[in-house]
Design a protein around this ligand. Structure first.
Ligand code: G3P
Ligand code: CA
Length: 267
């Protein structure tokens, strides 16, 4: 963001707005990101997909079915076709308590539009997918970040963070640019216990890990801290676990509710 505040300090507790303020507005729309920004989120989280004509857009699923009125894979749509879809009415139907008629006009944003809208006012926490399924995603992302001036200055302060479940994707990025802070996401499936050695390997390219919060154990947290990695659990949607995670040494939470730590009036 503009002030170039150091976001990646051990004593900071970051609020990373998962798909924007997606608990209150349709995920991955400019409205959802704006709301998160207004709520004071430290980061807006962005999932990437690529269109048939090679444009990066913000969407979580590979298919448009859940969050638009269309059907099929993003990669089978040109950007022009994708832009015709309604990316907000599903939310009004699913969450009548948060519905708003203006959401029905929302479209799927391109990464360009997002960067144009927020420029250096926001911090970005961007997720890349597996290179096997999404070839060229990393290269295009780095290109756009460069075009929008987000690769100048001291990148270690974390104005842009890139996260992925795919270590291949992260190492691809690390080869293209050694200074962008990277976060290795981890499902923490029981069958794949994370060892000290795994974390040492992650540390060769990433500054931290983003574990699935509900599967974290005390011993995992201890190992992460001993490895000197940042800890950004996902997706934490209630105040109580968020506060205990902070006490346990987490460096932030990825949450659908950007106002998670605020005092709320009893309803
Ligand atoms: O930032 C972590 C989180 O976004 C990963 O899960 O499936 O919501 O992208 P997902
Ligand atoms: Ca994500």
């Amino acid at each position: 963001a503009e002030s170039q505040e150091d976001m990646l300090k051990e004593d900071k507790f970051l609020i990373i707005a998962h798909r924007g303020a997606s608990g209150y507005a349709p995920e991955h729309t400019i409205e959802s990101y704006k709301l998160a920004h207004e709520m004071g989120a430290d980061y807006i989280e962005i999932d990437l997909q690529m269109t048939k004509d090679g444009q990066l857009v913000a969407m979580h699923d590979e298919k448009v079915n859940r969050t638009t009125n269309g059907k099929g894979y993003v990669k089978d749509y040109t950007l022009k076709e994708l832009k015709k879809l309604d990316a907000g009415s599903w939310f009004n139907k699913k969450y009548p308590e948060h519905s708003n008629p203006k959401y029905a006009d929302l479209t799927i944003p391109t990464l360009k539009e997002i960067l144009e809208t927020f420029g250096s006012k926001a911090n970005y926490y961007i997720e890349t997918k597996h290179p096997k399924d999404h070839p060229g995603m990393e290269k295009e992302l780095i290109k756009l970040l460069g075009e929008y001036g987000l690769l100048n200055g001291d990148l270690s302060k974390g104005e842009v963070v890139i996260q992925s479940f795919s270590s291949d994707s992260l190492t691809n990025i690390h080869k293209l640019n050694k200074d962008i802070p990277l976060i290795q996401l981890q499902h923490l499936k029981k069958s794949k216990k994370v060892t000290k050695e795994d974390l040492a390997e992650i540390k060769t390219y990433a500054v931290g890990v983003g574990p699935k919060f509900s599967r974290m154990t005390k011993s995992y947290v201890k190992k992460v801290k001993e490895a000197g990695l940042f800890l950004h659990p996902y997706t934490v949607n209630e105040k109580e676990p968020a506060q205990s995670l902070q006490k346990m040494g987490a460096n932030g939470v990825i949450t659908n509710f950007a106002d998670i730590l605020e005092e709320k009036e009893e309803q």
